[in-house]
Design a protein around this ligand. Structure first.
Ligand code: NAD
Ligand code: UD1
Length: 348
C-alpha cells in the first residue's frame, strides 16, 4: 500500500484515539502515538497489533512538554499532520480540579501549536465536543448554533481550545485545522480487541450498562424520568466509535489535499438521531439477550435534557456519514466488555 506519511496521534492509546490509529493504518498512514498513559492501558497497543498486523509506533510522553515531544519525534520526517486527542475528559472532576483541566487541555493545545510551528507540521485535527452547545435553542443543532456558557471547566477548555486554534491558524498562513465536535461516542471495534476502558466507576452511560450487565455493578441508575421528552429520560445522539474514527481520516485527507474551504473548519460528528436512556436500555437487552437491572433516580446535576446533531454540513461538505446504528453500537460494546473481562484481564 502507498505510504501516505506520518500522522502524530496524541492520546492514541485512549478510546477514540486507538480506533483512529486502526483506521489510519488501514488507509496507509503511519501513525506516531504520543500518550502519557495517564488514562489508558498499553494492552490496547497489543489489540491494535492483532487487528492490523502492525506494531504501532508509540512514545510514552506528556504533550504538555514540547521538549519531550521533540525528543520523541527527532527521527521522523514527512509528518503530515497531528490528530490531537490527548486531554482529560471527566466532567465532574473538572469542576473540583479546574486547574488540572486548564493546564492539560488548554496548556496541551498551546504546546501542540508551538510544536506545529517549530517542526512545520501544517495540519491539525482537534477533538471537540457537542458540550460547547449546552442545551441548544433548536434541534437538531448545527455548527452555526451559538456557543453557550459552558456547564463545566471541561466544556470551557473545549471552547477555549477552539478559539486558540482559530487564532493560531488565521495568524499563520501555512497552518490549517479542523475541529470535530463529537456527540456521544460509544461501542467498540468489531473484533472486540479494543474498546473503551474507563478507570474506576464509569461516568458515561454505555460502560455503566455493560458493567452492570456483566455483574460488576448492581444496577444502572437512570438519571431522571421527568424530562420533557417522549419517555421522560434524556436524549443523546450516540455515535459508533468506528464511524467517528473514520471521520478523522476524511478530515485529515481534506486538510492534506488542501480541500478545506476555510483555515479553521468545524464539523458536528453525530448520526442525526436522538435516543433516550430508556430506549438504550431496551435496545441493549434486546440485541444482547442479557438482563439489565436498573432503577430511576434523581436528575444528574449539569445534564442537559436533549441534544442531537444536524449532520448536513458533515455529510455534504466533509463527505462523511455515520453508517452504524444503535444495535451495532450496543452489541460491540457488550462483546468488548466480555472479551476484556474474560481474556485481557485474565492474562494480565
Ligand atoms: P481517553 O481518556 O480514552 O483518551 C485520552 C488519551 O490521552 C489517554 O490515553 C490519556 O492517557 C492521554 N492523555 C491525556 N493527557 C495527556 C497528556 N498530557 N499527554 C499525553 N497523553 C495524554 O479519552 P477519549 O474518550 O478517547 O477522548 C479523546 C478526546 O475526545 C478528548 O480530547 C476528549 O475530550 C474528546 N471527547 C471525548 C468524548 C467521549 O465521550 N469520549 C466526547 C467528546 C469529546
Ligand atoms: C458527558 C458530558 C459531556 C462529555 C461527554 C463525553 C456531562 C453533563 N456531560 O456527556 O460534556 O463531552 O460525557 O465524556 O457530564 N446516564 C444515566 N445513568 C448513568 C450514566 C448516564 O442515566 O449511569 C444518562 C445521562 O443522564 C445522560 C445519558 O445517560 O442523559 C448520557 O450520559 P453520558 O454518557 O454521561 O454522556 P453525556 O452526559 O451526554
Amino acid at each position: 500500500m502507498e505510504d501516505k506519511g506520518h500522522i502524530i496521534v496524541t492520546g492514541g492509546v485512549g478510546y477514540i484515539g486507538s480506533h483512529t490509529v486502526v483506521e489510519l493504518l488501514a488507509c496507509g498512514y503511519i501513525p506516531i502515538i504520543l500518550d502519557s498513559l495517564e488514562n489508558s492501558d498499553p494492552v490496547i497497543l497489543k489489540g491494535i497489533k492483532k487487528i492490523t498486523g502492525i506494531t504501532p509506533i508509540f512514545h510514552k510522553v506528556n504533550i504538555c512538554s514540547i521538549d519531550a515531544m521533540k525528543e520523541s519525534l527527532r527521527d521522523y520526517r514527512n509528518i503530515k499532520g497531528i490528530i490531537h486527542f490527548a486531554a482529560y475528559k471527566a466532567v465532574g472532576e473538572s469542576t473540583s480540579e479546574p486547574l488540572k483541566y486548564y493546564k492539560n487541555n488548554v496548556g496541551g493545545v498551546m504546546e501542540i501549536l508551538q510544536l506545529m510551528k517549530e517542526l512545520k507540521i501544517p495540519n491539525l485535527i482537534f477533538s471537540s465536543s457537542c458540550t460547547v452547545y449546552g442545551q441548544p435553542d433548536t434541534l437538531p443543532v448545527n455548527e452555526q448554533a451559538p456557543i453557550k456558557p459552558a456547564e463545566s471547566p471541561y466544556g470551557r477548555t473545549k471552547q477555549m481550545c477552539e478559539d486558540i486554534i482559530h487564532d493560531f491558524v488565521v495568524a499563520n498562513n501555512e497552518f490549517r485545522s479542523v475541529s470535530l465536535r463529537y456527540f456521544n461516542p460509544v461501542g467498540a471495534h468489531s473484533s472486540a480487541l479494543i474498546g473503551e476502558l474507563p478507570q474506576g466507576i464509569p461516568n458515561n452511560l454505555v460502560p455503566f450498562i455493560t458493567q452492570t450487565a456483566y455483574g460488576i455493578r448492581k444496577e444502572l441508575m437512570v438519571f431522571g424520568s421527568d424530562y420533557d421528552t417522549t419517555d421522560g429520560s434524556c436524549i443523546r445522539d450516540y455515535i459508533h466509535v468506528v464511524d467517528l474514527a473514520k471521520a478523522h481520516i476524511t478530515a485529515m485527507d481534506r486538510l492534506i489535499t488542501e480541500s478545506n474551504k476555510e483555515k479553521f473548519e468545524i464539523f458536528n460528528l453525530g448520526t442525526g438521531r436522538g435516543s433516550s436512556v430508556l430506549e438504550m436500555i431496551t435496545a441493549f437487552k434486546e440485541v444482547n439477550k442479557v438482563p439489565l437491572p436498573f432503577i430511576i433516580t434523581n436528575r444528574r446535576p449539569g445534564d442537559i435534557e436533549q441534544v442531537w446533531s444536524d449532520t448536513k454540513h458533515a455529510n455534504e461538505e466533509l463527505g462523511w456519514k455515520a453508517e452504524k446504528g444503535i444495535k451495532e453500537m450496543l452489541q460491540s460494546a457488550w462483546e468488548w466488555e466480555k472479551y476484556y473481562r474474560q481474556n485481557i484481564l485474565v492474562e494480565a
